[in-house]
Design a protein around this ligand. Structure first.
Ligand code: SF4
Length: 251
């Protein structure tokens, strides 16, 4: 496999796949070619399109909740101080937990613009990375941004994923200064675990930032050198197992 310079651009999935098993990354990339920047940044998928592409019901549920979080502030800003949430929220525990956490945030914030997300479901592509950030908030009392990822429950790579998004947003800002879309850099990152109603926020430290840059650079160097070894300890959980078996058989 000849890897061109532009093909070193990584999505979050590709990055984590490579760390898990380089061969898995390689097969995934063959099946999902690198998109053009304009196509990637302007594409959006509806719930129905995910259904048509055969996504499992758990994923389907996650997409519906992402849509709920995306539209929440616009839909409920006028009634967020009500003591009783609307019926459609009371009927669903995930929505109810989100209502509670947003109501608390509403009462704690100093200005309304700290309650509203700065950006939602934003797709960014830089020279080295690409990805969709679920939510970008303004950090109160700091001149900075906070990247939020919505997840159902905690997973092993959550912190690494957040560092990936922080790097993506900070690089996008530096590569597109003429756009003026993001005035300040990422100072905080966090996950909102929607099945638990828990939000975990971390300061983005310089140590974290440099450590991530090193991991990303090493990964891209290995891809460039065609270092696609097989990590068999990850086979039990691999979604390209069948293709891998055919490939190994052929070689
Ligand atoms: S089946 Fe195993 S070796 Fe093959 S790509 Fe998947 S994780 Fe890697």
């Amino acid at each position: 496999m000849v890897v061109m310079e532009y093909e070193l651009n990584l999505s979050t999935t590709e990055f984590l796949y490579f760390l898990d098993c380089p061969q898995k990354f390689r097969l995934y990339r063959i099946l999902n070619p690198l998109p053009y920047k304009s196509n990637f940044m302007n594409s959006s998928r509806s719930v129905i399109s995910y259904k048509m592409r055969g996504y499992k019901s758990k994923k389907d549920k996650g997409i519906k909740y992402h849509h709920f979080f995306e539209t929440f502030h616009k839909k409920y800003s006028r009634i967020i101080t009500n003591t009783t949430p609307p019926e459609e929220i009371q009927e669903d525990n995930v929505k109810l937990l989100y209502w509670v956490i947003q109501q608390e945030k509403y009462y704690e914030k100093k200005e309304d613009y700290y309650w509203y997300p700065f950006e939602r479901e934003v797709r960014l592509m830089t020279e080295k990375q690409r990805g969709k950030i679920d939510c970008i908030e303004l950090c109160e009392d700091k001149n900075g941004l906070r990247v939020i990822d919505y997840k159902s429950t905690p997973e092993l790579n959550d912190h690494l994923t957040l560092l990936f998004y922080a790097s993506l947003l900070n690089d996008y800002r530096l590569e597109n200064t003429d756009e003026g879309k993001f005035d300040c850099e990422v100072l905080e990152v966090g996950c909102y675990y929607y099945e638990m109603g828990v939000k975990k926020i971390y300061n983005l430290t310089e140590v974290d930032r440099l450590a991530f840059e090193r991991i990303l650079k090493n990964t891209q160097e290995k891809i460039s050198n065609n270092e696609f070894f097989l990590n068999k300890s990850s086979c039990w959980n691999c979604n390209v197992k069948t293709i891998c078996k055919i490939e190994i058989g052929r070689n």
